[in-house]
Write a protein that binds this ligand. Structure first.
Ligand code: NDP
Length: 292
């Protein structure tokens, strides 16, 4: 079977071209502030990519670095200052935070109008209610990527493996909502789902977001299904230039030559996540919450 590779770069390029045109037409200069606490290596990489994306779009960007032992009041004071800063339209608190800090408390302190990550309870509630608001970037990226490649989820059965607030649960809301980009029947799976393979192999679209390298194989994916691999896992590989490489949550045997279409890792949903962060930041600068 010939499988279509759903690359994120083509979609990102289209999104960026649209944002550049909208900035030129409106004269807006969106501003994004990223807060990084500690020195988690993966977080450093993500924060650098976000800065580069801002630079390529001509957005204003700031990175605020706090030591790993920063106290929560210090972090909350920084968030409050950025909430008041008129040059900043989007605020992102890079997770994971060190364990003595509460990500939920810090995210709830971000002004919902600047919550471009979409993790504020108000924006999550809006998503649940079907009201306009910021949608978390990774699920939004999945939805926009599928639409770009003409994969309509309406009336289809989608299995999502992973129920986190960052990925699985908001994605279930997006794909099952009434109307454009929605109308799917969604089954949300997790670690207590009995016989996962029986559930996922009965679905035409499988989204893997569990964080386990190459966990889903051909038993989990029906031949000809669409596979969206959200997973980003670093595994040791002595052959790789840095001794490590990135792999998804789906084994290669269940992708190219088996699925009808699949997202690559890297180069799939990770690329989309950053593109959607830029889109949300533009929408924040324009004074409105983004929707899929
Ligand atoms: P979490 O660890 O927060 O959630 C993982 C989910 O997977 C949980 O709901 C868990 O179930 C479920 N799960 C774990 N093991 C199994 C299993 N064996 N069978 C069924 N379900 C299982 O992860 P995240 O949602 O934060 O991230 C998931 C993956 O996506 C990671 O690889 C992460 O790196 C990647 N990611 C990629 C992004 C991107 O930009 N592409 C952005 C964000 C994340 P339970 O709830 O029962 O514990």
């Amino acid at each position: 079977m010939t499988s279509q590779c759903l690359a994120g770069a083509a979609v990102r390029d289209a999104v960026f071209a649209d944002l550049r045109a909208r900035c030129a037409a409106t004269g807006l200069r969106p501003g994004l502030a990223v807060i990084l606490v500690g020195d988690d290596p993966a977080s450093q990489v993500y924060v650098r990519s976000k800065g580069k994306a801002c630079e390529s779009l001509g957005f204003h960007s700031e990175t605020h670095r706090l030591p790993a032992d920063a106290a929560e009041p210090e972090l909350l004071a920084l968030v409050a200052r950025l909430n008041r800063d008129p040059a900043i339209h989007g605020i992102l608190v890079q997770v994971p935070l060190p364990s003595h800090l509460s990500a939920a408390r810090v995210q709830a302190a971000v002004d919902p109008a600047k919550d471009v990550d979409g993790f504020h309870p108000e924006n999550l509630g809006r998503l649940l209610a079907g009201a306009p608001g910021f949608v978390p970037c990774t699920p939004l990226g999945v939805s926009v990527l599928l639409a770009h490649y003409g994969i309509d989820v309406a009336g289809r059965h989608v299995a999502i493996v992973g129920r986190s607030v960052i990925v699985g649960r908001p994605l279930a809301m997006l794909l099952s909502r009434k109307g454009d980009g929605g109308d799917a029947t969604v089954t949300l799976c997790h670690s207590r789902t009995p016989d996962l393979a029986a559930v996922t192999s009965a679905c035409g679209i499988v989204v893997a977001a569990l964080g386990a390298p190459a966990f889903l194989d051909r038993r989990h994916v029906a031949r000809g299904a669409v596979v969206v691999d959200v997973g980003i896992n670093r595994i040791d590989d002595p052959e790789a230039p840095k001794g490590q490489r990135l792999v998804g949550d789906v084994a290669p045997e269940a992708l190219d030559g088996w699925a009808s279409a699949y997202t690559p890792v890297p180069g799939g949903i990770g690329v989309m996540t950053i593109a959607m962060l830029m889109r949300n930041t533009y929408e924040a600068a324009a004074g409105r919450g983004a929707r899929a």
